[in-house]
Design a protein around this ligand. Structure first.
Ligand SMILES: *[C@@H]1O[C@H](CO)[C@@H](O)[C@H](O)[C@H]1NC(C)=O
Ligand SMILES: *[C@@H]1O[C@H](CO)[C@@H](O)[C@H](O)[C@H]1NC(C)=O
Ligand SMILES: *[C@@H]1O[C@H](CO)[C@@H](O)[C@H](O)[C@H]1NC(C)=O
Ligand SMILES: *[C@@H]1O[C@H](CO)[C@@H](O)[C@H](O)[C@H]1NC(C)=O
Length: 395
């Protein structure tokens, strides 16, 4: 008994030193060491940049540590093109806040920008874009800056964001563009229902992105998918308020990369403008959307639970052909249930020149005022099993 206890203690001590020596090889860069002050007043932009440069120059995996407190940052650019490691963790226990004067970051496209990084992970933390005053400016019709995206990952690989909260971005909250393999999980995003263009997560020209176990409440799309996105996986996302999960708008240009292999499952849409939408401009384009799978989605009073809109052309301007060239094929909707805030719960308005093919609706149980919703299918060629059953297309 006593001997086994001794052994235990020896093992514990051994593990302690062993793991400590591993940690010692992997340096930690505390932003305090670079002059950051968590006082909610001092400009910490430089300190964060210098901490990044130090971590980036480390040949072994590095950690940047941001202790509790509030840090004011202007535009920060974290360039990974010369980094000597491909495993940098940014552990954030505090809040990174934009300055209250929206002009400081409002004319740049991105507030916190990571470009050409590999293996960066962000753990925890809150980003506060301080968007309120900018939205008020926009609402008053004055001449205001366009606004910045709070966090952007551009041309980067192997990204992981876990446990991050983003509030009140000026424009989009998070953008992932030109990336391969990005895992976003346990993300919380919030901005008021009426805040303009505050999209939750924007994915474009990226492959292998997953978004799971997250909560997105905002004034625009919860998740927006732009051209050139493939192998996107979304699961367990609660969306609302917001405009839903949207592929599009696509097809603005003639030569456009397609969107393929998208799965959206086990999500809940509460009081959203749309549930799942595919939207294309009524313009000539070589773009496409194929192999999209929607499954186990709950609608709670969503205005357009299931919608394909290929006639997008606000004010009937810039649509020479009035028909979308984007080819939509292989889209399955399976087990979509709950309530619609409008009579037309399923609205498939496909292109006249490129009708949708391979659209399958299976186990759709959507009610509007206790009655099964209407299904409208324009230019939809139904050639998959179980199509529109037990629902019928009205047109
Ligand atoms: C889409 O999925 C198919 C089938 O799994 C695969 O063959 C194809 O390479 C994927 N597309 C992209 C762009 O990865
Ligand atoms: C369906 O989605 C809900 C979340 O809305 C989840 O709790 C449930 O486990 C999912 N069911 C299946 C079979 O995946
Ligand atoms: C315009 O649409 C017609 C079919 O409605 C199609 O035949 C034609 O190619 C389109 N033109 C362009 C420029 O896309
Ligand atoms: C739906 O039906 C239930 C009882 O069957 C009723 O209590 C409820 O008011 C109805 N809701 C609407 C919106 O009609």
């Amino acid at each position: 008994m006593a001997i086994s206890r001794m052994l235990q203690i020896i093992i514990v001590i051994f593990l302690h030193y062993f793991s400590a020596s591993i940690l010692a090889a992997n340096p930690t860069y505390n932003v305090f060491s670079y002059g950051a002050k968590a006082d909610g007043k001092s400009d910490c932009t430089k300190a964060f940049q210098v901490a990044w440069d130090a971590a980036c120059a480390s040949v072994s995996p590095a950690t940047i540590y941001v202790p509790q407190g509030r840090y004011i940052l202007g535009n920060a650019y974290f360039d990974g093109s010369k980094c000597k490691n491909n495993a940098t963790t940014i552990q954030i226990d505090g809040t990174l806040s934009a300055p209250t004067n929206y002009n400081v970051i409002g004319n740049s496209v991105h507030w916190l920008k990571f470009k050409r990084v590999t293996g960066v992970s962000i753990r925890g933390g809150t980003l506060d874009g301080q968007g309120t005053n900018l939205w008020a400016c926009k609402a008053s019709g004055k001449n205001c800056p366009k606004g910045a995206t709070s966090l952007a990952f551009l041309n980067s690989d192997k990204i992981s964001i876990n446990g991050l909260t983003s509030i009140n971005s000026q424009m989009f909250h998070i953008v992932v563009h030109g990336c391969r393999d990005a895992e976003l999980q346990n993300i919380k995003i919030s901005a008021p229902d009426e805040s303009p263009n505050t999209d939750g997560i924007h994915i474009g020209r990226s492959s292998g992105v997953s978004i799971t176990n997250s909560h997105i409440a905002t004034g625009d799309d919860c998740i927006a998918v732009s051209p050139g996105t493939s192998n996107l996986f979304v699961q367990n996302v609660a969306c609302g308020p917001g405009h839903g999960i949207s592929i599009g708008s696509l097809g603005w240009v003639m030569d456009e990369a397609g969107v393929e292999n998208v799965t959206v499952k086990s999500c809940v849409f509460s009081g959203t403008e749309n549930g799942v939408r595919i939207k294309t401009w009524a313009r000539p384009s070589n773009g496409f959307v194929r192999n999209v799978h929607y499954e186990n989605l709950t609608m709670v009073n969503a205005e357009n639970p299931i919608i394909i809109d290929q006639n997008y052309c606000p004010s009937n301007q810039n649509c020479p052909n009035q028909s979308s060239g984007v080819k939509i094929s292989g889209v399955t909707y399976k087990d979509i249930h709950g309530t619609s805030a409008t009579e037309t719960g399923v609205n498939l308005k496909c292109s006249k020149s490129e009708p949708c093919t391979g659209i399958a609706l299976d186990k759709i149980k959507l009610n509007y005022k206790n009655k099964t919703v209407d299904v409208v299918c324009g230019n939809t060629v139904q050639n998959m099993d179980g199509v529109i059953k037990p629902l019928r297309c009205l047109s």
